[in-house]
Design a protein around this ligand. Structure first.
Ligand code: PEP
Length: 271
């Protein structure tokens, strides 16, 4: 049993048009309605939480389609400034006016393709926390860093940047997603041993950071998601790992039937 429940977060990346978004949520709704009593109760009491991150252009459709569903719609990215000359960007106030209160920050694809750094990721986290958002913040090492035994030093550096004093004081709004870059969209999943080692390390860094603030309890309460080629086949094993509080799921989250399966797996694993 996970103290903070299980979070299933689907990152669509640049997939699904507004029409496809409608169809996705119609199917998801039917799937949720036909869940067994245990899974339904887990959604109702928020022991299992479902979050879907469609592209910006599909957020409104997703919000409309999920009005009476226990599904959080979140954005995949946001700018740290509230407004200004930042062509192509979207701000916190724009998202919040739409009804979005959760954002993904620092995904490795944003870091790799769009030049985001620990510094810009931290600016975004601090700005969005002060605007009242919930944040899913991504960290993870590249293949070369793992091969050079640098996994822990990379994770520590990323956490040092992300966990500012502000993040410490608003830790209830923060989720950390551990995503080894070499496992994202590659079909390569970290082994359960690698996952437990990384998540245990992340938890210990968080515990140290909170030592002089709100204490260990706050550190324990931060959900740590695993991401990197999660499938309906490997999700149960990943959830059994200590300090894994859910999944950040890319490719496999694009199909509503998979999302239903993830909910069922989470319900079985928490019973
Ligand atoms: C992701 O988008 O964060 C991700 C982990 O993708 P995938 O599940 O496809 O590897």
């Amino acid at each position: 049993m996970k103290p903070q429940g299980v979070l299933i977060a689907g990152n669509w990346k640049m997939n699904h048009t507004p029409k496809e978004t409608e169809v996705f949520f119609e199917k998801l709704k039917i799937g949720i309605q036909s869940l067994d009593a245990l899974a339904k109760a887990s959604l109702d009491n928020e022991q299992i939480r479902v979050c879907v991150m469609p592209p910006m252009l599909c957020l409104q459709t997703a919000l409309t389609k999920t009005k009476n569903m226990k599904v959080t719609i979140a954005a995949q990215n946001v700018h740290f400034e509230k407004k200004g000359a930042f062509t192509g960007e979207v701000s916190g106030p724009m998202l919040s006016e739409l009804g979005i209160n959760t954002v993904l920050i620092g995904h490795s694809e944003r870091r790799h393709y769009f030049g985001e750094t620990n510094e810009t990721v931290t600016k975004k986290i601090n700005s969005l926390l002060s605007q009242g958002f919930h944040i899913i913040a991504c960290i993870g090492e590249t293949k070369a860093e793992r091969q050079h035994q640098e996994t822990e030093s990379v994770l520590k550096k990323q956490l040092d940047a992300i966990i500012s004093d502000q993040a410490l004081s608003q830790s209830q709004s923060l989720v950390i997603a551990y995503e080894p870059v070499w496992a994202i969209g590659t079909g390569l999943t970290a082994t359960t041993k690698q996952v437990e080692e990384a998540h245990g390390f992340i938890r210990s860094v968080l515990t140290n950071k909170f030592a002089n603030k709100s204490g260990n309890i706050a550190a324990q309460k931060i959900s740590i998601l695993y991401g990197g080629s999660v499938t309906v086949e490997n999700f149960a094993d990943l959830l059994h790992c200590e300090n894994v509080d859910g999944g950040l799921i890319g490719g496999a989250s694009l199909k509503p039937e998979n999302m239903i399966e993830f909910i069922k797996i989470a319900a079985r694993s928490s019973s």
